[in-house]
Every structure is written in C-alpha cells, then in structure tokens.
Design a binder for this molecule. Structure first.
Ligand code: UN1
Length: 531
C-alpha cells in the first residue's frame, strides 16, 4: 500500500500543494478557513510540541483543505505513551462487561453520526459516499460485535493431570498498544484494532495515516463522548518517520498493530523484534478472481468491476488479477472492458460518480509507472484506460482511468506486484489446475475468488488456494467483521484481525493451576494411585 506523504505546512508557511495535482493553484481563502485539529493525549486536545501542522487535502480537488493536523514527533509520542501507561491499571481492572458498555455507547454515537463521518471521509480520501458509508458501517459492526466480547472473552477449563487440582486458561490484556493505521479504510481499520484492544483491557496510542487523520479523529472524538476514560485512547497525527517510528520503538509499547505496505511492515517487525514486542501486521495483496468456463459471465464481470475499481482499486483485497478460462475469455474481457470504460470517474461526493480519485500525487506516480511497465516492459495489451484525467472537473484532483490489461502472462510485473490503484490484469488459462497454480503464484496471500457453477470445482479451489480469504461466486472484496481477516505469505505475519481471532492479538494467555489437595503434587513425576 502506498504510504506517500502529503505536503508539510507550518503555521507560518503555506505549502506548495496546489500545484501537486497539476492544478490551477490555490483558491483564495480556502486554506485559511480550514479547521485546525489537535492530538488527543491523556483526555486533552493538545497541539504537537513542535507547533507544526500539515494539511489534509481533498484528493478530488486539492484546493480544498480538509483541515490542518499536528505534525507529531517523539516528544508527543512519549507524552501519549505516558498517558496510556498511567491509565492502564484502571482500565485493566474495570470489568470487561463495563468496558463493553462504553463501547456499545460508542457504536450508537457512530450510528448517529454516520452520514457526516462518511462525508468527511469522502472529502479526505476520495472514495464514493456509498463506500465511505460502508467504511463507517464496518466500524459500527466491529464495535457492536466486539463489544459483545465483553461478556465472553472465553478461556477454557480442562482436567488436570493430578487429583484435586483445577486447570484453566484465561485471557489477560497485553498492555499498551501502538496502532498504526492506513488511509484506505480510515475508520474501519482503526476500529478493527482499537475496539478489540479496548474490550480486552489495553490502552492505546493510535497514529493514523497522514492522508486521512480526520476519520480517526472522528472515531477518537466519539470514544471521548462515549465515556472512554482519560488516557485510555490517545491519538497523535503525523508522518511515519517522525511519529510512527518513535511509537514503534518505544520501550513501553508492548504491541504494534500495523496495516500498510509489506516494506514498512518488515521494518516495524524488525523494530519490535529488537525489544521482544508483539507485532501484528496486515500488509499487501495481489488478489485474484478465477473465472471458469461454466461461470455466469455477467455475474463475474460485475464482481470484477466491483473488486478492481471499488475504492479506485486501493484495497488490500482489490481484484488486481483475473484468471479467465480460454473458453469464456473473449466474452468476459469484452464485457469487462466495456464496463470499465463506462465507469464515471469523479468526485466521490457526487451521487453519480462510480469511481473517485486515488489518494495523492505519489499514488498517481506509482500507478502510472505500473501502467507504463505493463505496456512497455511487460508487453501486455492495454485494453482500456491507462491515463490520468487532468481536464475539466478532473483538473485539480488525482484521477486515473479504470484500466484493464489483457493477454497478461502470470509472471509479468503487473501480475505480480501490488499496484494499489484502478488497474487489473486479465490472464488467460486452460483449466482449473493451471488457474489455481497461477493464482497461488504470487508472494501475497490475502483474498481469492472463483466464479463457477460446479460445486466440485469451487471446493477444489477453496482447498487449494493458499489465502486468508476465499469467495465463491463473489468478488475478492467485502469481508465481514465477524470472520477473521488477514492473509498468508507476505500479506502478514500469521495474525488475523476481526472475528474472535483478533482477541489472540490483543490478549495473552495465562494458564492457571489450582491445587486443592493440600500436598505437593509433582506433575509429570508423581504416580497417581487410586486405591
Ligand atoms: C483493506 O483493503 O485493507 O474486505 C480492507 C474488504 C473490506 C476491508 C478491506 N471489508 O474489502
């Protein structure tokens, strides 16, 4: 996932951002009018120690400054960690059902404010309103589902080896959690981390992506309103190197949960290893839809369009490869190309827009770079799209045409590397066995799908695809919060968010033995006699 930065501005200096989109310069007054936001530390809304701010701009129109957010540094991180540490014992001791009551309140606040949070999110990250509504809804679903764990958080009891001895295991919070979250699901993904961390009794410091701090601000503000005690949730905004790194390296932070690029994930894992911290990573994907010759082709095209171009292809779960049986290849590609070419690209805030902009200038650069690689280096056929849109309503935003490459070979770079944009690669195949081999032949393992009417084929693919998520007759996107989310291989490091599995990230097990025999009983050594 692209982790590129937006322009840095100081309170005293305007950034040169407007030119970044190749646009027409700054609209007078728009910048000055934008709201200034704060960090949230120990229950107080405070400026960063350095007094600097960066601009959060609308990727559909970079003249529109959504807000100014603190550029946090190690000093701010240290304060936030100290606040989280001070609050830890009180929060841990609060019974989990009581913690959950606060979270149920949070869920209701998010329902109340869903429309305004969706509008804020579209403005700061570009995806269409229906999708940002889905993002907020995912946070709501996560909150209610996970709050229910306040009355479960199950451990188990089990027989002990010795008589008059009781054995069980219980969950305990891991302690202080650092959450580093991405811009593509700027409320849902923070909620996947924050809500389980809280119900399990941890305190947190969250550092949202610099491209989308407002959605996380909205979530944290809702936590405050719901009555989360001071210091339990802390937020510092800013950049990876200045704020994310000191959080990752802080000795008091027991766990880092990160969603982002595989490259950054590796650095974070290394930093955590250095101090024996727990590290949970959700990283890249190169997800695949397999379309068999018996598939409902129209349905498969629907799924491909939704999976490849929803969120402008900026999902870890995006359908960036489509492996199509040769018998339906022509029919499928024709329909896909026609659909892609007719998608209406524009500001996600407009009701008739199908696909919004990409996140920032660096993303434009990366995606166009891959399109060039596809055409010139890989030699794939550019069937539609491929260009940046720069005129009329697109003049001041980061818009790229929905792009379909056909006749793609499985080993081409566009079929191997995560592009994180509205680009998909159609690869022909001869049979299911070959399709599965192609589908598994990438370094990532997040999501895969098959379109077929044959239940045997569906189960074979389900069994043989080495991914964390698998769909039958549905696209690669659209995971639900009560099932585990995550992937194999370079997609992560073995953890799963969501579902009840997330509890294994945010708790550690404690095995408890209670010997009520009144004598020394030595496990593995003493013979037990029953006379
Ligand atoms: C992501 O792209 O990082 O399954 C998360 C989906 C969404 C979550 C995507 N529910 O596509």
């Amino acid at each position: 996932m692209a982790q590129a930065k937006k322009a840095l501005s100081r309170t005293t200096k305007k950034s040169a951002r407007a030119g970044a989109a190749g646009g027409n310069g700054t609209k007078g007054g728009a910048r000055a009018a934008s709201k200034t936001y704060s960090n949230y530390i120990g229950g107080e809304w405070v400026a960063a120690a350095g007094g600097e701010y960066f601009e959060n701009v609308n990727p559909a129109d970079t003249r529109d400054v959504v807000g100014r957010f603190p550029v946090s540094t190690a000093e701010d991180v240290n304060r936030a960690v100290a606040a989280a540490k001070a609050a830890a014992e009180g929060w841990r001791r609060m019974p989990a059902p009581r913690r959950a009551e606060i979270l149920f309140r949070l869920g209701n606040i998010l329902i109340r404010d869903k429309d305004s949070h969706s509008a804020d999110m579209t403005r700061e990250m570009g995806k269409v309103l229906k999708e940002t509504g889905g993002d907020v809804q995912e946070a709501i679903d996560c909150t209610f589902y996970t709050a229910g764990e306040g009355r479960r958080l199950h451990g188990y009891t089990t027989p002990a080896e010795m008589p008059d001895k009781f054995a069980m295991c219980v969950r305990q919070p891991v302690g202080l959690c650092g959450l580093i979250t991405p811009w593509n699901f700027p409320m849902a993904i923070p909620s996947w981390k924050l809500i389980p961390a809280l119900v399990c009794g941890n305190t947190v410091v969250i550092k949202p992506a610099e491209d989308t701090p407002l959605s996380t601000y909205n979530l944290v503000k809702a936590c405050e309103e719901a009555g989360v005690p001071k210091g339990v949730v802390n937020m510092v905004t800013g950049y990876g190197a200045a704020a994310g790194k000191p959080l990752t390296e802080h000795r008091d932070v027991r766990l880092i949960s990160f969603t982002g690029s595989t490259e950054t994930g590796r650095l974070i894992a290394g930093a955590c290893a250095d101090r024996n911290a727990i590290c949970s990573l959700e990283l890249g994907g190169k997800n695949v839809i397999i379309v068999m010759d018996d598939a409902d082709v129209d349905l498969a095209v629907e799924g491909a369009v939704w999976g490849a171009f929803g969120t402008s292809g900026q999902r870890c779960t995006a359908s960036s490869r489509i492996v199509v049986h040769k018998k339906v290849y022509k029919k499928f590609t024709q329909k896909l190309v026609e659909r892609a070419a007719n998608l209406r690209v524009g500001d996600g805030a407009n009701a008739n827009t199908d696909m919004g902009p990409v996140i920032n200038a660096a993303a434009v650069h990366k995606i166009l770079g891959y399109i060039e690689v596809g055409e010139k280096q890989d030699g794939a056929k550019l069937a539609t799209g491929g260009k940046r849109l720069t005129t009329g309503a697109h003049a001041n935003g980061y818009f790229i045409e929905p792009t379909v490459f056909t006749d793609v070979a499985p080993d081409m770079r566009i079929a191997q590397e995560e592009i994180f944009g509205p680009v998909t690669a159609v690869i022909p195949t001869n049979n299911l066995e070959e399709a599965v081999e192609i589908a598994n032949g990438v370094r990532y393992g997040l999501s895969a799908a098959i379109y077929t009417q044959d239940v045997n084929r569906a189960f074979h693919a389900m069994n043989d695809m080495y991914t964390g998520i698998f769909y039958v007759n549905s696209s690669t996107i659209g995971a639900e919060v009560h099932l585990p989310f995550g992937g194999t291989k370079a997609t992560g490091n073995g953890h799963r968010e969501a579902g009840t599995q997330v509890l294994d990230i945010f708790t550690e097990w404690k095995s408890v033995y209670v010997d009520y025999s009144g004598k020394l009983q030595r496990a593995q050594i003493d013979e037990v006699s029953f006379e």
